[in-house]
Ligand binder design. Structure first.
Ligand SMILES: [Zn+2]
Length: 343
C-alpha cells in the first residue's frame, strides 16, 4: 500500500510517500480502506516530537488520527462489523486497567494511548474503536470528525456541562476544534461568541451562525463579551490556544464560570493571576480527546446533519508535507482534508 511515513522527527520534509507493507488485522481488528483523513495539530506535534508520552511514535511511523474508511476485512473475533461498512474512529484508547478506568471514568485514564496510522491507503483499527457512520455523510465531513468533534463534545458536554443558560466563548472559530465547538454549543441551546483573526474568517465563520463574532487581533474582545452578556462574562470559555489567549480567557470568564482547555497551539506557558482566579471562583478544566460514548453520541448528530465542518483545503496523500506546512504557517480556516481513495 501507499503510505506517508516518517523515519525521523523533524519538519514537514521528513514525510516520505512510499510503498509500505499492508497491515494485517488481528482477531479483534478491522482492516479498512482509507477514503480520507485530515491534518490535526496533534499530527504536527507528533512529527516534531512533543515531549508528552502520548505523542511518541516508533519509526517508521504513519501519522494521522482522523478517518473516513470502508471496512475491507474483519478479524475472526469481530462482531457487529462487516466488509463494506463505513466507519470512522474514536482514537482515544483508555488502558482499561487503571483506577479511573476500573471506576468507569475512562476519560480520566492515567495511561491512555492515542491511535495513529491513517495517512495511508489501508489501516488496521481495533474494532473497539470503530464508529459506524452512514454513507450519506460526505467523506470530508467524516474525515473532519474524530479529533475535533469528539474532543469538543467531551469538553462542552462531558466537562463543562453546557446548556441553554450558557454563553460560550470559542477561540478561533474557523479552526477545526473551534468550529466544532460552535456547532456543539448551539446544539445544546447555548449562546455563542467566537473570535477570528481576519475579516475573511469572519465571513466564513458566520456560516455556523454564532451570536457574535469578534476579531481577537483588532478588538477589545473582553469588553465586547462583557457588553454581550450584560456585564456577566462568558459562562464557558472554550480554550485551545494557550499562551496567547489565556489572560483574556480568565478576564472574560463569568464569576463561577468554566474555562475548559484541550490545547495550546500558541505555547504552553501562560500568565495567571491566581487571586483573580479564586476571587471569581473560576473552574479550570483540562480535557483530552473523548470517550467512545462521546464519539457515538456526536456521530449520531453528524449523521443527522447537525455538523457541517469548515473545509479549508483538500489535498492528496502525495501533498502531505505541503498540508503540514499550511497547518503550521497559515492557521487555515477549517480542516485540511487528505483525500486518499475516496471521492
Ligand atoms: Zn486507564
Amino acid at each position: 500500500m501507499l503510505a506517508a511515513r516518517i523515519h525521523e522527527l523533524g519538519g514537514p520534509e521528513v514525510f516520505r510517500v512510499e510503498e509500505a507493507p499492508d497491515p494485517v488485522p488481528g482477531p479483534h481488528d478491522l482492516l479498512v480502506a482509507v477514503r480520507a483523513t485530515s491534518i490535526n495539530h496533534r499530527d504536527v506535534w507528533q512529527r516534531r516530537g512533543h515531549p508528552h508520552p502520548t505523542y511518541r511514535v516508533e519509526f517508521p511511523a504513519i501519522l494521522g488520527i482522523d478517518l473516513c474508511a470502508d471496512v475491507v476485512e474483519t478479524g475472526a473475533e469481530v462482531d457487529g462489523f462487516a466488509a463494506g461498512d463505513r466507519v470512522t474512529i474514536s482514537p482515544y484508547i483508555p488502558c482499561g486497567r487503571c483506577e479511573n478506568c476500573r471506576r468507569s471514568r475512562p476519560q480520566y485514564c492515567t495511561a491512555f494511548d492515542v491511535f495513529h496510522g491513517t495517512y495511508a491507503e489501508l489501516a488496521v483499527i481495533p474494532s473497539a474503536l470503530a464508529v459506524p457512520v452512514s454513507a450519506a455523510v460526505p467523506d470530508a465531513d467524516v474525515a473532519s470528525f474524530s479529533n475535533t468533534y469528539i474532543t469538543a463534545w467531551q469538553m462542552l458536554n462531558g466537562k463543562a456541562e453546557v446548556g441553554p443558560d450558557d454563553t460560550v466563548f470559542v477561540w478561533a472559530g474557523t479552526s477545526g476544534l473551534g468550529s466544532a465547538a460552535i456547532e456543539i454549543a448551539r446544539l445544546f441551546g447555548a449562546k455563542v461568541v467566537t473570535s477570528v483573526g481576519s475579516e475573511a474568517k469572519r465571513e466564513l465563520v458566520s456560516r455556523l451562525q454564532p451570536d457574535l463574532i469578534v476579531n481577537h487581533y483588532e478588538e477589545d474582545i473582553c469588553e465586547l463579551v462583557a457588553e454581550f452578556t450584560d456585564g456577566r462574562g462568558a459562562t464557558i470559555v472554550f480554550e485551545h490556544v494557550g499562551q496567547a489567549s489565556w489572560e483574556r480567557s480568565m478576564q472574560m470568564c463569568a464569576a463561577g464560570g468554566t474555562i475548559v482547555s484541550a490545547g495550546a497551539t500558541t505555547g504552553d506557558r501562560a500568565e495567571m493571576d491566581v487571586t483573580f482566579m479564586f476571587a471569581r471562583q473560576l473552574r479550570i478544566l483540562g480535557s483530552r480527546l473523548g470517550t467512545m460514548d462521546d464519539a457515538l453520541s456526536a456521530a449520531r448528530h453528524l449523521e443527522a446533519g447537525a455538523f457541517k465542518p469548515l473545509i479549508a483545503e483538500t489535498i492528496t496523500l502525495q501533498e502531505i508535507a505541503e498540508g503540514h506546512r499550511m497547518m503550521e504557517e497559515f492557521a487555515p480556516a477549517g480542516k485540511i482534508i487528505v483525500s486518499v481513495s475516496g471521492s
